[in-house]
Design a protein around this ligand. Structure first.
Ligand SMILES: [Zn+2]
Length: 437
């Protein structure tokens, strides 16, 4: 299989330029001048830009065990349609959770033969499984995830500070990575509980201070153990100085944020609109704007979906109760246009976007074949029309519930290639291991 794609705008790590991307056997073999292409080369129309396939390192597929919430087939087809050629599956909401090597095997068997794009896996760190951290890393997970407060499912309990240190000691020994849901259990327990349909009450029940306290706990444990850590789905911009200070002191800590924190604002979420419920919550517009600034300054390095769907019934749209509804936003298929819509409006470029949504997640997850258009990498490519406007309607997620429904966005995925082959929903994806190109 050889494929040569050329475009007037190709986004490479060195910047955007006219180029021809040559591939063979699923890998990129050369990136040459636009005119240096064989007769059979595919030339993209002038309104399309060639991007690296996106890497979404935060996806809850929920299979096996809660396949009625999403599943590998529907998740990876939605990913492909959204220009995402690699997803990394989170360890919880599936049953069993991926907290042992045996459970990882169960999950890999469930995914096998079903995936339209490549899939890698996070392991889980829960109380009592520190002895599984090194075997999970050896078995190819990209790292382990933990919670610092109730995760929402009983089979994936949170770590206390002693448990966090025990896990991080193992992570450090494996030269691995721990990613953490950073909201503090005590701060949230002391806040007023959510009350019915009021978004303001829900927001007050998960205060920004809970993120800062939990990030402080994570940073302290990382400093003590020397382990590499990462803050998932940062919503609270007031935590940024804490992260900057920790990094300046040599603590290995990075952070990601998500399309919903960059798009919506608490002031605009209608009461009863539980499709917007996620944890940590969508905060006020000032947080959103500060998160954009942090991305531009590289203080936050990744934008990933935290695609976390459930059945429509569990979103409790019937009563609109923020206390009862499952917390999680479905967005895998629309993350690229949604983030581009916001980035473009703020004068940021497709080069920024490729860094946040492909290069940085591939680096975080230790997937050396992924994330950039460069010689030796997998030929995972996306033809993207950055000026096309459209309205989010039917998506390929298993369920249609998403706060993006009906939203006008700019930028459309026209075509996607995985290892040089057009992605058409057929199960040609592979199951990836950390560090294997
Ligand atoms: Zn998540």
């Amino acid at each position: 299989m050889t494929l040569v794609v050329r475009a007037r705008r190709v986004v490479t790590p060195e910047g955007e330029r006219p180029a021809a991307v040559h591939t063979a056997g699923g890998r990129i073999t050369a990136v040459t001048a636009f005119d240096d292409a064989p007769p059979g080369a595919l030339t993209l129309p002038d309104d399309e830009v060639l991007l690296p396939g996106l890497v979404d390192s935060h996806v809850h597929v929920n299979e096996p065990g809660r396949t009625e919430w999403e599943g590998f087939a529907s998740a990876t087809r939605a990913a492909a349609a959204g220009g995402v050629t690699t997803i990394v599956d989170m360890p919880l909401n599936s049953v069993p959770p991926t907290t042992s090597v045996e459970a990882l095997h169960v999950k890999r068997r469930a995914a096998e033969g079903q995936v339209a794009v490549d899939v890698a896996f996070w392991g889980g760190a829960v109380p009592g499984n520190a002895d599984q951290v090194r075997p999970l890393h050896a078995a190819g997970v990209v790292g382990v995830k933990c919670f610092l407060l109730d995760s929402g499912v009983p089979e994936f309990p949170p770590l206390d500070d002693a448990g966090l240190r025990a896990a991080l000691a193992e992570v450090a020994a494996a030269d691995g990575l721990l990613v953490a849901h950073c909201e503090d259990d005590r701060v949230v327990a002391a806040a007023p509980p959510p009350a019915g349909t009021s978004y303001a009450a829900f927001l007050a029940s998960r205060p920004a201070a809970a993120e800062e306290t939990a990030i402080g706990r994570l940073v302290a444990a990382a400093r003590e153990t020397g382990a590499r850590v990462h803050v998932v789905h940062l919503a609270d911009a007031d935590a940024l100085p804490l992260l900057r200070r920790a990094r300046a002191e040599g603590v290995r800590v990075s952070a990601e944020t998500c399309p919903h924190y960059l798009t919506f604002a608490a002031e605009e979420v209608p009461d009863g609109a539980t499709s917007f419920k996620c944890c940590p919550p969508i905060r006020e517009a000032a947080h959103r704007e500060a998160l954009w600034a942090a991305l531009a300054d590289d203080d936050v390095e990744l934008v990933v979906s935290d695609h976390s769907p459930c059945t429509p019934e569990l979103k409790r749209l019937d009563v609109g109760d923020f206390g009862l509804a499952w917390g999680g936003i479905a967005s895998l298929q629309v993350a690229l246009p949604v983030v581009w819509t916001g980035a473009r409006a703020r004068g940021l470029t497709l080069g920024h976007l490729a860094r946040w949504m492909a290069e940085a997640p591939a680096r975080l997850a230790g997937l050396p074949g992924k994330g950039v258009i460069a010689v030796g990498r997998d030929a995972d490519l996306v033809a993207f029309a950055p000026e096309e406007r459209w309205t989010v309607t039917t998506l390929l997620h298993r369920h249609p519930v998403t706060p993006y429904a009906g939203r006008r966005v700019t930028g459309a995925v026209r075509r996607t290639w995985l290892r040089g082959e057009p992605v058409d929903g057929a199960p040609r994806g592979r199951l990836l291991r950390r560090g294997v190109p």
